[in-house]
Ligand binder design. Structure first.
Ligand code: AMP
Length: 113
């Protein structure tokens, strides 16, 4: 399967669809999920075009894996949900419920950010 450049997160990254980034650096952008499934539901989306976690782990270099994972924790900290607890969800493949074919991490917490 090749990367679909027309997926919604690719469009957000190209600024073709407006979005409010709560965090951005060289590696990721982060924004609130449009259909929240918890009081806090944020997405962390790597800037590079990876379809899913398999694609990322097989093709990203160690540095990028480290920085992206570090950013997921950094965003959780920024949201102030570390003490309350949070889940990091990665749906991998349509069979597991991945709707958008661009790698993204869900951060979910029962504490409102
Ligand atoms: P997944 O099912 O893991 O692919 O998750 C995709 C997530 O993206 C869902 O939770 C959607 O609610 C969310 N989503 C889709 N379009 C947007 C958008 N334009 N802005 C923010 N979140 C979105």
């Amino acid at each position: 399967m090749s990367y679909d450049t027309n997926n919604v997160f690719a469009k957000i990254l190209r600024k073709e669809i407006p979005s409010h980034f709560i965090y951005e650096d060289e590696y990721v952008v982060s924004f609130y999920d449009i259909h929240p499934k918890a009081p806090t539901h944020v997405l962390v989306v790597p800037k590079k075009a990876y379809i899913d976690f398999n694609d990322f782990m097989l093709n990203a270099d160690k540095d990028e894996v480290f920085h992206v994972l570090t950013d997921v924790q950094k965003v959780a900290q920024q949201l102030d949900v570390v003490k309350a607890g949070y889940r990091v969800v990665l749906n991998v493949g349509s069979g597991a419920g991945q709707e958008v074919p661009h790698l993204h991490f869900h951060i979910l917490s029962n504490k409102e950010a």
